[in-house]
Each structure stands twice: as structure tokens, then as C-alpha cells.
Design a binder for this molecule. Structure first.
Ligand code: CU
Length: 314
């Protein structure tokens, strides 16, 4: 296509409407919590589109991801040394368009060796299984395909430990024709094994136990929500995800443009991910959580706060 004429910045803009496309986002509540290293309310709708570059006539969408250690105050009593990516757990939600060349520059500033292994398709040398030592960097470069929702994670043994300490995130590859407008957000389910006994002690959506229980996610009544949902809980072979008082459409692995099923509870093994779509017709507070209630009660719990436009605008 005529990118040279169009200009790179214009090209990059033309690839996506502002996220979330055309959806109206409620004002975020005041979630000032100085003890938090990152804000899960912002992380929820934070998509990293990288930087578009042109090299020898090729367009490359480039991302930078840095691994490090990061102490998170998980609740009033418990702080825990995580392994983070760009200072957060989960790592950044990378986003590209199917068919683009993407380049991920990975820096390892942590004391242990780590990698980034991407799901999706790519040549073996880009598979992210060769450890990147402390202080070193590597480049993963491949064509973004197929469209869908793909997890990435560290693949250094013991992988369960490297994942459960926080080294994971999502790569969203958008289909050639964008999905319809929606309030788009990411929820990643994770577990923390605090005492190294290969059992999870706390569970989370987006890094902090019970964050969205204590700070419900504002959404608008009658507006489509598109949820990119990933299960990265290690040690428990599978969990479910359930939303209250509603039914959602499931696009399994994000690999279709029409729903595969509708339900209100979906079972997901470790690394399984889907797109769920729904909207609420009545304002109120609605819970979401895995239906393994011991997991929900150990931190994997949240609420949607459904607001009416009228209330908001009056
Ligand atoms: Cu690792």
C-alpha cells in the first residue's frame, strides 16, 4: 500500500481507531493508592501499540519489554518479590495487526535468566526458549499471525515458577478488518505461590488480589464490553470464569469473528484465552470470578459497576 505517500504516522493511525474504538469510557474512579507500583484500573484498558518504523522499505512495529524484580504490596500484610515486565504484572498488552512484522526488544535486568516465548506462529529461532542472561538483551522478530489472542511468557525452567512470579502477558493480533466498536479491556488471571510449596496462596486479576473487588470496574449500561481474558494460573490445572446476572459470547482464542458459543461460565486450562463479549442492561454492581470459590475468595474477585449515561451526564 502507499505508505510512503501516506506517511508512517498516518499509516499507524489508520490501522486502528483510538482504543477503545468509538466506545465511551466512564470516568475512572479515584484509585490513588500510593503503595501500588502500577494502577490496575489503568492497566485494564492499556494497549501497547509499539512504534512503527520503516527499514529498507519494510514496516516494523517495534516494542520494548524489560524484565526485572519488583516488590508488590499484595495487601496490607503481604509484600512479594515478583518478576515483572515493564514494571507490571501482567506485562504490557502488546497489540499488532495480522500480517505486520513485529519486533520485540527484550532486556533482562533481573538477576535470573529469562525469555519471552510467544504463542502464535513463528520460526523456531524466534520461539523464546533460549535463556537471556542477566544484563543481556535479545530481539524477537516475526510476522504477527494468526489473528487472535496469544499469551507470552518466560520459558526458563522451572517454567511454572517463572510464570507464577509474574512473567506473562498478552499479544493481541487484530484481524485485518477491525472488530466492531466496544469498551475493550484485558483481564489476566494469575496466582502467587508465596512460600515456594508449589501451591498458590493468593490469586489475582491483573496483578493485585481483590483489586477490582475493592475498586469496581466502571462500564456503561447497554454498551458492548469486549474482554480479552487469559488464564495464567500455574499449579491449578484449570479454572473457570463466571460473570453474574448475564450471558457472554465466546470467541475462542480470539480466532473467529463470530461467536463460538454463549454461556456464563467458561473453563480455561493454563494459558487458555478467549474474547468474551457482553453488555449489561441494568445499572448496578455485578460480580465476576472463577467458579472455584476458594480461588475467588483468595483474591480472584471483581465487580463491574454498570452506570447509566443519564446518571453520568446529569
Ligand atoms: Cu524467567
Amino acid at each position: 500500500m502507499g505508505v510512503g505517500v501516506m506517511g508512517l504516522a498516518a499509516y499507524a493511525r489508520s490501522q486502528w481507531p483510538k482504543n477503545p474504538p468509538l466506545a465511551k469510557i466512564p470516568p475512572l474512579p479515584d484509585t490513588e493508592t500510593p503503595d501500588l507500583s502500577f494502577n490496575p484500573m489503568e492497566l485494564l484498558r492499556d494497549f501497547d501499540y509499539g512504534t512503527v518504523k520503516q527499514e529498507n522499505g519494510r514496516l516494523i512495529r517495534e516494542f520494548e519489554v524489560t524484565a526485572n524484580s519488583h516488590t508488590l504490596q499484595l495487601n496490607r500484610a503481604i509484600s512479594f518479590v515478583t518478576w515483572s515486565l515493564n514494571g507490571r504484572v501482567p506485562g504490557p498488552t502488546l497489540r499488532a495487526k495480522e500480517g505486520e512484522t513485529i519486533r520485540i526488544i527484550f532486556h533482562n535486568e533481573d538477576g535470573h535468566s529469562h525469555t519471552l516465548h510467544f504463542h502464535g506462529t513463528h520460526p523456531d529461532e524466534m520461539d523464546g526458549i533460549k535463556p537471556v542472561l542477566h544484563g543481556e538483551s535479545t530481539i524477537y522478530e516475526f510476522e504477527a499471525k494468526p489473528y487472535g489472542v496469544h499469551p507470552y511468557h518466560c520459558h526458563v525452567a522451572p517454567v511454572t515458577r517463572h510464570i507464577s512470579k509474574g512473567l506473562y502477558g498478552l499479544l493481541i493480533i487484530d484481524p485485518p478488518e477491525s472488530r466492531p466498536p466496544a469498551d475493550e479491556m484485558v483481564l489476566v488471571m494469575g496466582g502467587y505461590d508465596l512460600d515456594n510449596n508449589e501451591k498458590n496462596d493468593l490469586y489475582t486479576f491483573n496483578g493485585f488480589p481483590n483489586y477490582y473487588r475493592d475498586h469496581p470496574i466502571p462500564i456503561y449500561q447497554n454498551q458492548l464490553v469486549r474482554l480479552y481474558l487469559l488464564n495464567m494460573i500455574e499449579y491449578d490445572p484449570a479454572v473457570t470464569f463466571h460473570i453474574h446476572a448475564n450471558i457472554f459470547q465466546v470467541y475462542r482464542t480470539g480466532r473467529s469473528l463470530t461467536p463460538d458459543e454463549e454461556t456464563d461460565v467458561i473453563t480455561m486450562g493454563t494459558a487458555e484465552r478467549h474474547i468474551l463479549e457482553f453488555s449489561y442492561s441494568d445499572p448496578g454492581l455485578y460480580m465476576f470470578h472463577p467458579h472455584q470459590d476458594f480461588i475467588a475468595e483468595a483474591g480472584c474477585m471483581g465487580f463491574f459497576e454498570v452506570r447509566s449515561h443519564q446518571t453520568e451526564e446529569s
